[in-house]
Design a binder for this molecule. Structure first.
Ligand SMILES: Nc1ncnc2c1ncn2[C@@H]1O[C@H](COP(=O)(O)OP(=O)(O)O)[C@@H](O)[C@H]1O
Length: 281
């Protein structure tokens, strides 16, 4: 751990060279949410966005982070995916990780920083710049390490009521051939006590994926509840940490992708950016 943290304090962690690193002054132009100016700000910037997605398991971080990464041309890096790749590789870490992940617990900061560091270095070697991080940081220590090595422009905190989160996790499916994610849950939460109703249609797979659907081993009711509890204890303090830095954007998802995606783009002031991109394509 000490070695990793020592490395973390030098600006070389994650392979974040000068291309990734920027001063706070530059960052102030990089965030359309914090400083206005819409898409032109993103386009005019001399480096790509460096964003973080926070949110409970099942909220849809992966879905929205992945769409935004395609739109903005930056990698979507999900530490949960890095952990699952490591598990599937049957490498030396694999057995240790599967025990932790299948109980819904967090992998150590050291292991996760190492996996992320390798992924960012590989991306930098391929010429990637900028990122949307999904699932990292998840502890205050991880946030401090990240803050020591680079500037985060914006932290998007996605929110849904807890009842919906469990059903969404239990409904998650992945096609083991094409790798795409789907959700078979029908969400229909009545509005109560001033809270709005939420309904989400299932995101069903096409016929060719139907027989190839798999469920994540950690998406059982017991493990999902453990992950939610751990999120509330360990990751929620991050909201306050980024709020106090003026970087947090709270976003209550109004429903499924068709309602939420345009509203999220609006909140990020990227609605005109998406239109310009589709015209240019
Ligand atoms: N930043 C992290 N720190 C520690 N453990 C992590 C981190 N990211 C992912 N993991 C491990 O991988 C598992 C799956 O992560 P993820 O796919 O992000 O799931 P979730 O649906 O809970 O958001 C987590 O339960 C945890 O064991």
């Amino acid at each position: 751990m000490a070695r990793v943290l020592r490395v973390a304090r030098s600006s070389s962690l994650f392979g974040l060279g000068s291309r990734f690193y920027s001063t706070s002054a530059e960052v102030s132009h990089a965030s359309p949410f914090l400083h206005g100016g819409g898409a032109s700000r993103v386009l005019a910037k001399d480096r790509n966005v460096q964003w973080v997605f926070l949110g409970c398991p099942g909220v849809g971080k992966g879905t929205y982070a992945s769409r935004l990464s395609t739109l903005l041309g930056v990698p979507h890096i999900a530490t949960g995916d890095l952990v699952r790749e490591e598990l599937a590789s049957s490498g030396p870490l694999s057995r240790q990780l599967s025990e932790i992940v299948n109980q819904g617990k967090l992998v150590s900061d050291e292991i996760i920083v190492n996996l992320l560091s390798k992924r960012l270095e590989a991306g930098e070697a391929k010429g990637e710049s900028g990122f949307i991080l999904d699932g990292f940081p998840r502890t205050m220590r991880q946030a401090e390490i990240l803050g020591d090595v680079t500037d985060i422009d914006l932290v998007v905190n996605l929110k849904l009521p807890e009842e919906v989160l469990v059903d969404k996790c239990l409904g998650r499916r992945t096609c083991n051939q094409c790798g795409k994610g789907f959700n078979v849950a029908h969400i229909n939460l009545k509005g109560e006590n001033g809270k709005p109703a939420i309904s989400m249609d299932p995101l069903l797979p096409p016929p060719q994926c139907m027989s190839k659907l798999i469920t994540r081993a950690d998406d059982t009711e017991e493990v999902v509840k453990a992950r939610l509890r751990i999120y509330n204890e360990t990751s929620q303090p991050l909201e306050e940490y980024y709020r106090s830095k003026g970087k947090l954007m709270e976003f209550d998802l109004p429903g499924g992708i068709p309602e939420s995606w345009p509203r999220l783009l609006e909140a990020l002031r990227l609605d005109d950016y998406e239109e310009k991109q589709s015209v240019a394509a």
